[in-house]
Design a protein around this ligand. Sequence first.
Ligand code: ADP
Ligand code: ADP
Length: 226
Amino acid sequence: MAAIEMSHIVKRYGDGFPAVNDVSLDIADGEFMILVGPSGCGKSTLLRMIVGLEDITSGDMVIGGKRVNDKAPRERNLSMVFQNYALYPHLTVYENIAFPLRLAKAPDAEVKAKVEQSASILELHEHLQRKPANLSGGQRQRVAMGRAIVREADAFLFDEPLSNLDAKLRGQMRAEIARLQRRLGITTVYVTHDQTEAMTLGDRVCVLKKGVIQQVASPRELYEQP
Ligand code: ADP
Ligand code: ADP
């Protein structure tokens, strides 16, 4: 059974041309899937429909074997990392990472253990009492990832998570995300318009154009194409 199954997904904003047009795509358990394509091709819209931040006009979204079309984000057990990180400026690194556990009303001892474990995986333990404003771009990115991994989500969703970093840091964080995904073995959907990210990070790449899937292939298959 696929972790995420999309069949004939359509998204129409207003009465214009569909932003996502009849997309059918299965993402396997533990797979790292890249959604790539030019600006405006519908990548973010598709990702937001998976996480539940955008209504689906028609089609079926099935996650973990359950149809989730009408389920709110909090009912889907997914972790999303946003482009701007969406950290809470008034909260410490510790509380930013703890946030999903606080929402779930986890006991303090469990929060502490899990936050410390996430912080240790992401090498953030020295920064737990700092506020986001006092962190570098790479550290903020790590806090956003810490918040994503702190609870056992069914999948990670990334929306251009590296676009606010400089080239050097981007390369470093790219390697970190790849390592983290392999270590946790968690189903991942990653949106990017960056060819290097698309060709180096994923098990498979889904190429979108004007809301339609052009191709789904491994980086190797794409690379070997004439
Ligand atoms: P991408 O992530 O590939 O850049 P998007 O999913 O953001 O593409 O956008 C796909 C299309 O849908 C674009 O034509 C965009 O202008 C349109 N669109 C995105 N969000 C909205 C919205 N909230 N209202 C109306 N149109 C939107
Ligand atoms: P509400 O039910 O109050 O509308 P939501 O559950 O839609 O709240 O989302 C609340 C906030 O959490 C929003 O700012 C949204 O961007 C963010 N959010 C929603 N789903 C996720 C997720 N899976 N991971 C991380 N942040 C999320």
